[in-house]
Design a protein around this ligand. Structure first.
Ligand SMILES: Nc1ncnc2c1ncn2[C@@H]1O[C@H](COP(=O)(O)OP(=O)(O)OP(=O)(O)O)[C@@H](O)[C@H]1O
Ligand SMILES: [Mg+2]
Ligand SMILES: [Zn+2]
Length: 253
């Protein structure tokens, strides 16, 4: 999709962020200028959607199956997608918590796909990749490049992080995470992320957000809570394991 595809949300300019007033013979910045700047800066961020998560839709599997297992979660995602512009303008996000193979990533990608289709700037990273990119900027000659990357990660209209809790939280990791999360918090920018902290414990409650708070520190957690609201919980069996015999499983159930 082209970056210029988005029209001016205020209907004032041609989508380029400048308004030409022919009568007054002047040119001035449109109200959408800050968004246009954010969009231009976001071009250098990753927004590759992996093949598995392309062309998602509410009517296409596995979303209907996920909706059967967790109807209220998928309803909330639909509400978000229906009003994606408003949600992004307000800096509201979503987070998906739960056990492996329950559809968290499909729902998160459905949101970023909807935002991209609406012409908004989106950056998509896995937790480890995000930290890796930041780490790499430290080697650069230009000492400003880390700040510049953090800055771009802060200003993109939607930041989608897959598997936030996978990265091992060293002090350095937590500091970078704080820079990004707090930057987005202050700028009222949306975050969508998925997270699985059940680990190897079969008795772990996937709906319990406390392990995440311990994992990423209370101050990061508290900001995410305010931006993303209550977590959307997807629990139950790992659908990757039962996929091949899903029909039989359904008959029994
Ligand atoms: N409720 C469901 N019904 C049927 N299939 C599902 C359901 N949820 C997920 N799947 C299938 O399970 C696989 C995993 O889905 P997805 O990657 O979205 O899970 P996830 O929750 O992000 O897992 P992880 O925590 O391991 O990243 C996919 O092949 C998907 O089609
Ligand atoms: Mg996933
Ligand atoms: Zn404009």
């Amino acid at each position: 999709m082209s970056d210029a595809a988005r029209e001016c949300p205020h209907g004032l300019c041609d989508g380029g962020g400048m308004v030409v007033d022919v009568e007054q013979n002047t040119t001035y910045r449109c109200r959408c200028w800050p968004e246009q700047v954010a969009r231009r800066r976001a071009r250098r961020l990753s927004r590759e959607v992996p093949k598995r998560f392309r062309n998602l839709g509410f009517e296409r599997e596995p979303i209907p199956s996920i909706a059967r297992d967790a109807p209220e979660v998928v309803r909330a995602v639909r509400r978000y997608c229906d009003r994606v512009d408003e949600m992004l303008d307000r800096g509201e996000g979503m987070w998906f918590l739960g056990s492996p193979g329950t559809g968290k990533s499909h729902l998160a990608y459905l949101i970023s796909q909807t935002a991209l289709a609406a012409g908004r700037s989106v950056a998509i990273y896995t937790g480890p990749r995000l930290l890796d990119e930041i780490r790499r900027t430290y080697g650069d000659e230009d000492s400003g490049s880390t700040l510049d990357l953090i800055d771009r990660l802060t200003s993109v209209e939607l930041l989608h992080i897959e598997d936030l809790a996978v990265a091992r939280p060293t002090d350095w990791v937590l500091e970078q995470l704080y820079n990004i999360i707090n930057g987005r918090y202050e700028n009222e920018r949306s975050i969508v992320f998925t997270c699985d902290l059940t680990g190897d414990d079969p008795d772990a409650n996937p709906a319990d957000p406390r392990p995440l708070a311990n994992h990423i520190t209370q101050r990061n957690f508290s900001r995410l809570m305010e931006m993303c609201g209550d977590p959307l919980v997807l629990a139950g069996i790992d659908n990757r394991r039962i996929q091949v015999r899903r029909p039989a499983y359904d008959e029994v159930a």
